[in-house]
Design a protein around this ligand. Structure first.
Ligand SMILES: N[C@H](CCC[C@H](N)C(=O)O)C(=O)O
Length: 268
């Protein structure tokens, strides 16, 4: 198992992308966790495995740093799009995503969001537009599934939220049987949102593509902003465009840092 890898990032949300299309690599949670370790492994927020697909140009599997395999990763999808270097369909657990690279950036069409409590999923029926729950200063979130589950808290100043402490408490609350990504957002103006994210299975990241999509959808649906929206994350900006009932279009940078090889059997 010696498939090459690409170290890449989307606004500082970083990935090890293993291209196993010609040389299969057996991936397990413990192996992904070992590769993601920033001291004893290669280091990344998510491990991305590219495999052949029978329904699209490529199959993309996503593992968080904790080893959990998940449904979607917006920033990584843009990175894979630039690797493929042509318009392509990418098969993920969350469905087939249409991508279009543009030099060092890419646009991705995510499938329409889901708002039903059982599709988020939540442990009990609840109005996901205004959930009657709270964790200290963070209360009454919205919940959206954009392939993966997100809770969105709109606050006056997201920089003042102690997300490092509250993030893991909310991420692992029994209300969220599949856990959840925690977004704290501040509306800057009718077309600008400031966002910080505690990512399920990772922690604080410099950017979260699906978090930006989920937050933009929640803000548009609740009339807080108008589409298209610029979402400003610690690592930089993403442009999100969405109309009720349609797909979500996300556009933003994708950076290739270096290519390497590794004997994957040495990890976990
Ligand atoms: N932590 C997310 C997966 C990666 C999302 C993020 N890196 C992105 O760019 O969308 C989850 O567990 O659903």
């Amino acid at each position: 198992m010696a498939a090459p890898f690409h170290k890449m990032h989307g606004l500082g949300n970083d990935f090890v992308v293993i291209d196993a299309r010609n040389d299969p690599v057996e991936m397990t949670g413990p192996r992904a966790h070992a590769i993601a370790d920033r001291r004893t492994g290669i280091g990344c927020d998510q491990l991305i495995l590219l495999e052949p697909s029978s329904t699209a140009d490529v199959k993309m599997r996503i593992f968080n740093a904790d080893g959990g395999e998940v449904e979607a990763c917006g920033n990584a999808t843009r990175c894979v799009a630039t690797l493929l270097a042509k318009p392509a369909d990418i098969e993920t657990v969350a469905g087939i995503l249409k991508t279009r690279p543009q030099d060092s950036s890419a646009s991705v069409l995510l499938n329409p969001p889901a708002f039903e409590w059982e599709l988020i999923p939540l442990a009990m029926p609840m109005d996901t537009r205004d959930m009657p729950v709270g964790w200290e200063t963070l209360e009454r979130p919205m919940a959206v599934n954009v392939g993966n589950p997100h809770a969105i808290f709109f606050v006056d100043d997201c920089d003042k939220v102690d997300l490092e402490r509250l993030g893991p408490i909310i991420e692992t609350d029994p209300l969220f049987p599949e856990k959840i990504n925690v977004n704290v957002a501040t509306i800057v103006d009718q077309q600008t949102i400031k966002l910080r994210v505690w990512e399920r299975g990772v922690g604080l990241t410099l950017a979260c593509g699906t978090g930006a999509c989920a937050t933009a959808v929640a803000a548009i649906r609740s009339g807080r902003v108008q589409s298209p929206v610029s979402v400003s994350l610690p690592g930089g900006e993403l442009r999100i465009d969405w109309k009720e009932g349609g797909p979500i279009e996300m556009e933003g940078p994708a950076t290739h840092v270096f290519t390497g090889t590794a004997d994957w059997s040495q990890f976990g």
